[in-house]
Design a protein around this ligand. Structure first.
Ligand SMILES: O=C[C@H](O)COP(=O)(O)O
Length: 222
């Protein structure tokens, strides 16, 4: 069985930047070491390098642009993300949607640079479409539950199950994550029992008074 991945997206929350990001990364490193569960973080771009050099946990970019080095301004160059020490990257997050052509180009860029690709989707049809591009992961997140405090595992387990089946039918090598409102070990266990390889989450860890306690709970039933 593939080791589950708990991927914590720090988004652009104030609570996930600067010293707060270090606090969360240190907590993730501690809990990952104790539990043996892989816990990754996706900080803002400027913190990919400090995070990847200070902590022994995988660091992900929140986005890349499908560009090659050259005359572009204000873009996120995949090569720069790789050089900063990222293990992988989110692509097409619900808060940063791309066209299908751009998603394809981003997945190819990630593959070329040996970055893990995590393509976010909003339903089982888009999960199937994303799987056809052969990313490492598809992360199914119902947009209406993101940041809601209501867990996809409990509110809409059907969308997880349908996405797992859709992805397997198109490309069995692509692993599935799920996210939106994930906040406890029970949420993670339901997701894994439904066939995912882990979760993508943000607010329950980033906004917690004690992120380490939340992370410990998240891995407690794995
Ligand atoms: O990238 C993370 C997801 O959008 C989930 O966010 P959330 O855990 O705050 O619902």
């Amino acid at each position: 069985m593939v080791s589950p991945l708990i991927l914590v997206n720090l988004k652009t929350y104030q609570e996930g930047m600067g010293s707060n990001a270090h606090r969360i990364a240190a907590a993730a490193e501690t809990v990952a070491r104790e539990s043996g569960v892989v816990i990754g973080i996706a900080p803002v771009f400027t913190e990919i390098h400090p995070m990847s050099h200070h902590y022994a946990i995988p660091v992900y970019a929140q986005h890349i642009d499908a560009i090659a080095p050259g005359a572009h301004t204000g873009h996120i160059l995949p090569e720069a993300v790789r050089a900063a020490g990222a293990r992988g990257t989110l692509i097409n997050h619900s808060e940063h949607r791309l066209t299908l052509a751009d998603i394809d180009a981003c997945v190819r860029a990630a593959q070329r640079l040996h970055l893990e690709s995590v393509v976010c989707t909003n339903n089982d049809a888009t999960s199937a479409a994303a799987a056809a591009l052969h990313p490492d992961y598809v992360a199914i997140e119902p947009p209406e539950l993101i940041g809601s405090g209501v867990s996809v595992s409990k509110a809409d387990p059907g969308i997880i199950e349908r996405s797992v089946n859709a992805v397997r039918a198109v490309n069995p090598e692509t692993k599935v994550l799920t996210g939106a409102g994930i906040q406890s070990g029970e949420c993670v266990k339901i997701a894994v029992d439904l066939g995912t390889c882990g979760v993508l989450l943000a607010s329950s860890v980033v906004k917690a008074d004690d992120p380490e306690a939340v992370l410990r709970d998240l891995v407690s039933l794995l």
